[in-house]
Design a protein around this ligand. Structure first.
Ligand SMILES: [Zn+2]
Length: 128
């Protein structure tokens, strides 16, 4: 009988882990050296995995362990910003629906604040 464990595969987990711990926490560089010890991975408790390999950043000299490294910053390209915009717009629409159901001055103010932010975002998008 094959026991199927419904969780992330080892490779998937390691790819994700490597991405989330790929940059120097001090200067953001990906230019580093690392020892290559293998650490135990328990698929039932992936959050407990900790890569304790010693890392040294070639750019700023930071020394630490791989676990303390950080993900690369998210690139804010036009598509990413557009996605965020759509998300905010949906929130604003939901909010307006709620507002229509029960009126209050405070809610009215928040809704107009929301519209101001959206207008700023549109202005920003048009300038990219
Ligand atoms: Zn560094």
């Amino acid at each position: 009988m094959i026991l199927k464990i419904d969780c992330m595969s080892y490779e998937e987990f390691m790819n994700k882990y490597d991405k989330e711990h790929s940059c120097c926490p001090k200067c953001g560089s990906k230019n580093f050296s690392s020892t290559l010890v293998g650490y135990i991975y328990n698929p039932e408790k992936p959050e407990e995995y900790k890569d304790r390999n010693s890392v040294r950043c070639f750019d700023c000299g930071w020394r630490g362990i791989r676990h303390d490294m950080v993900p690369a910053p998210v690139k804010m390209d036009k598509d990413t910003i557009l996605e965020i915009y759509k998300h905010i717009q949906k929130r604003a629409d939901d909010y307006r629906d709620k507002l229509n159901k029960s009126y209050s001055i405070e809610r009215e103010e928040r809704y107009s604040e929301c519209n101001t932010i959206l207008a700023m975002l549109i202005g920003f998008l048009n300038n990219i």
